[in-house]
Design a protein around this ligand. Structure first.
Ligand SMILES: *[C@@H]1O[C@H](CO)[C@@H](O)[C@H](O)[C@H]1NC(C)=O
Ligand SMILES: *[C@@H]1O[C@H](CO)[C@@H](O)[C@H](O)[C@H]1NC(C)=O
Length: 343
């Protein structure tokens, strides 16, 4: 018997709302246990902790878990690493449960990032994925992290670390607030609009910098959080976001404010710590090759993500380097089931 229309409507509305709130968190395997090597400082002793901050949401969760796993696996002192996850997700508790059950002995804290902080400060960019409020959470690290954290490594969720992260942690920031691999051959001019360059009030921004500003990617950064707090860098970044909203001085999302505030004042980090662009071309999604030189970190920046390409059976050759860190649970009987159903 068909339901009367108002009831059908109520029912479909209910289903729609239920679907919207359903948790879409997949299952993950528990990572193998990890232990400190012989020469590690006692975990928790002063100065022994390596602080790493990442964002966490349901969309990139599989990437985040692979990234965490890669960091632990290549670390000499994995028990001395503390992860701080910035999240705006309404699945806060589920995400926490997923992380703590996948990595039971990991020191984890989830920090709530309020997307209202950036509301009205985000202007649309050329790539929708870049406009997500969580992309801007890294701007608020100094406020979100506990005051006891004085240095932090910020990492994107679409990368894996294949070296001891302590080597990145221990770099000398040379008095700078921020360290990152820089790319001086990239055309810096093109990150800002002609309006920016022709308005002297704006373009003079880069005049008094220590060196010629170069492009750097905000997916891998080492930050002196104390210097950041003292220098009020969060407000400086917010200032440019407000200006962008009114005058459109750049095309991309959360990156240009970092270029505006830190360009020319960045501590250069070796390129091995950001072998970037493996996500491929933003427009056609082509596969990319590694840049020459040693590799400590592989970064699938760009449109394509290894887990999506692997799932769609169209992986790029380098995606095979990501796959060993994938902890997504797959039922052991699936291949047998396929065989049976094929039979
Ligand atoms: C996350 O889960 C752990 C373990 O279940 C719990 O001890 C901790 O309080 C939770 N954290 C938050 C922020 O809810
Ligand atoms: C850099 O980009 C700007 C603006 O997009 C362009 O006018 C300029 O010719 C470019 N410079 C080089 C060296 O390619």
């Amino acid at each position: 018997m068909p339901l009367p229309p108002p009831l059908t409507l109520t029912l479909s509305l209910f289903l729609l709302i239920a679907a919207a709130f359903a948790t879409e968190i997949p299952r993950f395997r528990e990572a193998p246990a990890f232990r400190n090597g012989g020469n590690c400082a006692i975990a928790g002793s002063p100065g022994s902790t390596i602080h790493i901050a990442m964002t966490l949401d349901t969309t990139y969760l599989r990437g985040s878990i692979a990234a965490i796993f890669s960091v632990l696996r290549h670390s000499t002192c994995p028990e001395n690493i503390a992860f701080h996850f910035l999240t705006s997700s309404r699945h806060f508790q589920d995400l926490n449960r997923t992380i703590t059950t996948t990595f039971p002995s990991l020191s984890v804290s989830l920090l709530h990032f309020d997307p209202l902080l950036v509301r009205g400060k985000i202007s649309t960019s050329i790539r929708r994925a870049l406009d997500q409020p969580l992309n801007y959470a890294r701007i608020y690290l100094a406020e979100l992290l506990p005051p006891s954290v004085s240095r932090v490594i910020y990492l994107d969720s679409d990368l894996i670390v294949v070296d001891d992260v302590a080597n990145l942690w221990n770099i000398n920031l040379g008095g700078h607030v921020l360290g990152a691999p820089e790319y001086c051959h990239a055309n810096f001019t093109s990150y800002f609009t002609p309006k920016f360059w022709t308005t002297s009030e704006l373009s003079k921004t880069f005049l008094k910098r220590e060196k010629i500003p170069c492009y750097f990617n905000t997916g891998v950064m080492v930050i002196d959080v104390n210097k950041w707090r003292k220098g009020g860098y969060t407000s400086k970044l917010e200032h440019w976001m407000r200006l962008q909203k009114r005058h459109r001085i750049y095309q991309l999302g959360s990156l240009p404010p970092f270029l505006l505030v830190f360009g020319g004042e960045v501590q250069k980090i070796e390129h091995r710590w950001n072998q970037h662009g493996l996500g491929g071309d933003n427009i056609r999604g082509l596969c990319r090759d590694l840049h020459p030189g040693p590799v400590s970190l592989l970064h699938w920046s760009g449109k394509g993500k290894p887990w999506l390409r692997i799932d769609s059976n169209r992986p790029c050759p380098l995606d095979s380097l990501w796959a060993p860190y994938d902890l997504l649970y797959s039922p052991p009987s699936s291949s047998a089931a396929v065989l049976l159903s094929d039979g």
